[in-house]
Design a protein around this ligand. Structure first.
Ligand code: PLP
Ligand code: SF4
Length: 340
C-alpha cells in the first residue's frame, strides 16, 4: 500500500500558489452577472447584450478590485462591461479598421513602418477591452509564436532594415516565459535587430505576471528594451502596478504608456492630466493617445476629432510637455501613425 509521506510530498512538482499569475489568469471574472454582483450593481443585468455581443467578458479580479462599488459609470467597469450599443451596426465601423490584413508579411507578422516589424505574438489577453481594435482579428491563424516563431524569424532574417521587433497581440506576455526564451534564442542570430519592444497590458491588469522568471529573462536580453503599457485611467494604476513598473525599469526597460481616448471614460482634460501624473509617479512616460479605431461594435466610445483636439489644447496648458501624450490616429496605408 502506498501512503503519502511528508517526504514524498516534497518531491512533487510545485503546485500553483494564489499569487501565481497563471492561476490568477484562470480565476478571472468571465460572467457579467458575477461582475455586477461583485460591485453591487445587479440591477444593470437587464441592460446586458445577449451572449456578450460575440466578444467574451474577461477581467482579472485584481482589476475588479480597483473599480468603485455601486458606480455604474466607473471608468474601469465601462472598459470591460458588454453594452447593448455594441450590437448597433454603424456605417464606417468595420471588422478590419486599420488594414492589418493588408500589411501581413508572414504568419503573425505585420510590417507597416520603416525599421520595425510587429508580431502578433499571441491571441490571448487577460482582459477583454470592449473597444479593442483587434476584437475581430483572426487570431486562430495569425500567431507568430507557432512553430518556434519560425516564419517570423525568417521574415526578420531576410530584411536587414528591421532594427526593432515589437511584440504585440493579443498580449505577448500571455505566453510562457519559456516561449519568450525560444524567441530570444532566435533573435540572437539576427544582429540587425537591436531593440525589442513589448506592447502589453498585463503589468496593469495582472501585475503578478512581472515575476522573477520573466524579469531575469528581460534583464539578460542583449538588446535595448522598451515596454509600452496600456492604461486609460489613473484608477488603473495602484501600488501593485507601480511596483511592477519599478521591476521592469530595474531590468533595464524604458517604460512608456499608450491610451485610447474613450468617451465617458477618459475624455476630459482633468482625467487625462491625472493619468499622466500617476504614470510619472510610477516612472512611466505617456507615449500615444490613440483616437479610436473604427471597429464594428465600438462606435459608442468615439470622441470627435475637434473635441479631441480641444482636449489636447487644454492638456498642454496643465502639464509639462513631457507628460503630454501624442494624439494620433492609425490610417491604413500610412507610413506612420498620423498626428492629429
Ligand atoms: C503601431 C504600429 C507600430 C508602432 O508604431 P510606432 O509609431 O513606432 O509606435 C509598428 N507596426 C505596426 C504594424 C503598428 O500598427
Ligand atoms: S489588452 Fe489590448 S489587445 Fe487585449 S483586449 Fe485589451 S485592447 Fe485588445
Amino acid at each position: 500500500m502506498i501512503t503519502a509521506s511528508p517526504g514524498a510530498r516534497l518531491t512533487r512538482p510545485e503546485t500553483s500558489t494564489a499569487s501565481d499569475w497563471r492561476q490568477l489568469w484562470r480565476d478571472a471574472v468571465t460572467d457579467a452577472g458575477e461582475l455586477l454582483a461583485l460591485l453591487g450593481l445587479e440591477s444593470l443585468a437587464e441592460r446586458l447584450p445577449p451572449a456578450d455581443a460575440g466578444f467574451a467578458l474577461r477581467v482579472p479580479r485584481g482589476f475588479v478590485a480597483r473599480m468603485r462599488p455601486g458606480d455604474s459609470r466607473d471608468p474601469l467597469l465601462l472598459q470591460v462591461l458588454p453594452q447593448l450599443a455594441e450590437l448597433d451596426d454603424i456605417p464606417g465601423f468595420v471588422t478590419d479598421a486599420v488594414g492589418d490584413m493588408a500589411s501581413r508579411a508572414a504568419q503573425g507578422v505585420l510590417h507597416k513602418y520603416h525599421g520595425r516589424a510587429l508580431l502578433i505574438a499571441s491571441g490571448s489577453c487577460a482582459i477583454n477591452c470592449r473597444y479593442c481594435f483587434r476584437r475581430h482579428f483572426p487570431y486562430g491563424e495569425e500567431m507568430a509564436a507557432a512553430g518556434q516563431w519560425r516564419q517570423a524569424l525568417e521574415h526578420l532574417r531576410q530584411d536587414s532594415s528591421i532594427s526593432e521587433l515589437i511584440l504585440s497581440g493579443g498580449d505577448p506576455l500571455s505566453l510562457a516565459t519559456s516561449k519568450l526564451e525560444e524567441l530570444s534564442r532566435g533573435l540572437a542570430e539576427l544582429p540587425h535587430v537591436t531593440r525589442l519592444r513589448i506592447h502589453t497590458r498585463l503589468p496593469v491588469v495582472l501585475p503578478e505576471r512581472i515575476d522573477a522568471a520573466f524579469l531575469s529573462w528581460l534583464d539578460a536580453l542583449p538588446l535595448q528594451k522598451v515596454v509600452v503599457l496600456h492604461a486609460n485611467h489613473a484608477n488603473e494604476i495602484d501600488a501593485s502596478v507601480v511596483a511592477a513598473c519599478s521591476r521592469l525599469r530595474d531590468a533595464g526597460a524604458t517604460v512608456l504608456n499608450q491610451s485610447v481616448l474613450l468617451r465617458g471614460i477618459n475624455d476630459d482634460a482633468g482625467t487625462l492630466a491625472e493619468l499622466s501624473e500617476r504614470l510619472f509617479t510610477a516612472g512611466v512616460l505617456p507615449y500615444y493617445l490613440h483616437q479610436l479605431d473604427r471597429v464594428q461594435g465600438t462606435a459608442h466610445f468615439e470622441v470627435e476629432d475637434a473635441r479631441a483636439q480641444a482636449l489636447m489644447d487644454t492638456l498642454r496648458t496643465r502639464l509639462p510637455g513631457y507628460l503630454v501624450p501624442r494624439l494620433v490616429r492609425e490610417v491604413g496605408g500610412d507610413l506612420s501613425k498620423r498626428p492629429l
